[in-house]
Design a protein around this ligand. Structure first.
Ligand code: SAM
Length: 280
């Protein structure tokens, strides 16, 4: 990874609110992991959160919105090849395959339990789907083997140095890299986040048993404190490659999500892409 003008230490210390984050905003971040990132707890508890996210996404149309944002990025291609990182439950990839008649999807996650659940599901048996265990910070796929790489609602799980690494790797294996993630609220917004606990708890209970509420609220709060701002994404994209193009696609009005598209400058990697296509 080229680190642009930032040293590795400066990247690691990048505030979630970006290089110009205020003193208080810098204090309102945490290194505490979410439940889905911990390996000292049961798969059962982790899958309770993942299952709730899946049913939540289905019930409130979030998988469809995410899948549509993915398909908007490859609209000009007849047979787009898409890699989903951090798929968790696979709901977004399943929706991509439902909405597009010929897209091919590689669906992946770091968590072996999630990967084996997806492999055993109808998505895992879909003829246009491949299921893989992939750590987004160590993607071992050929250059330009995908038209688009997507990482949905997951980037905030990673520390800044890993974010820069994922951006570098994902734009090596894919022509474009779409990150859909929580947008870091303003400082006041972060302080007021607990006010959302009651509506969120009610929404969770519409799709899961009450026992899913505490772990879900825990991860929602940690997620808010760990969310990156637009300026942080810009700085980390440039840290991955000083020539990185960082664009903010139109989001969804009703959701606090930010779709960011990272790509290397036009033309870069085209010849490698042709080589990969010829060797298939
Ligand atoms: C909040 S869940 C999001 C699941 C799904 N993408 C969605 O939109 O609901 C975060 C996911 O990121 C995965 N994850 C965290 N770190 C990762 C990494 N380094 N590489 C790949 N996946 C990772 C977790 O295992 C988890 O499934």
């Amino acid at each position: 990874m080229t680190q642009g003008k930032l040293t590795a230490e400066e990247i690691a210390r990048m505030p979630r609110g970006g290089p110009d984050a205020s003193w208080i905003n810098r204090r309102l971040q945490t290194r505490r992991p979410e439940i889905t990132d911990r390996y000292d707890i049961s798969d059962e508890l982790k899958q309770k959160v993942i299952g709730t996210l899946d049913r939540f996404g289905e019930r409130f149309g979030l998988h469809t919105l995410n899948a549509q944002m993915v398909l908007d990025q490859v609209a000009e291609l007849d047979n787009p090849r898409i890699l989903e990182l951090g798929a968790g439950h696979g709901g977004v990839s399943a929706e991509i395959l439902r909405l597009h008649p010929s897209a091919e999807v590689t669906v992946s996650d770091l968590d072996p339990a999630s990967v084996s659940n997806i492999a055993a599901s109808p998505l895992g048996r879909h003829p246009r789907c491949t299921v893989k265990l992939i750590d987004a910070t160590k993607i071992d796929e050929p250059e330009n083997s995908f038209d688009l790489v997507v990482f949905a609602v997951s980037m905030h799980h990673l520390p800044p140095q890993d974010v820069a690494q994922v951006i570098a790797d994902a734009t090596r294996v894919g022509k474009k890299f779409l990150v859909i993630d929580l947008e870091r609220p303003s400082t006041l917004g972060i302080l007021l986040a607990p006010l959302m606990f009651i509506p969120t708890a009610v929404a969770v209970m519409m799709v899961s048993p009450p026992s899913a509420v505490p772990p879900f609220l825990h991860d929602s709060l940690i997620g808010t404190l760990r969310a990156y701002s637009r300026s942080a994404f810009k700085a980390l994209g440039t840290a991955a490659d000083p020539d990185m193009v960082v664009e903010f696609a139109p989001g969804t009005r009703s959701l606090p999500w930010i779709p960011v598209v990272f790509s290397r400058p036009t033309g870069a990697g085209e010849s490698e892409r042709d080589n990969v296509e010829q060797s298939h």
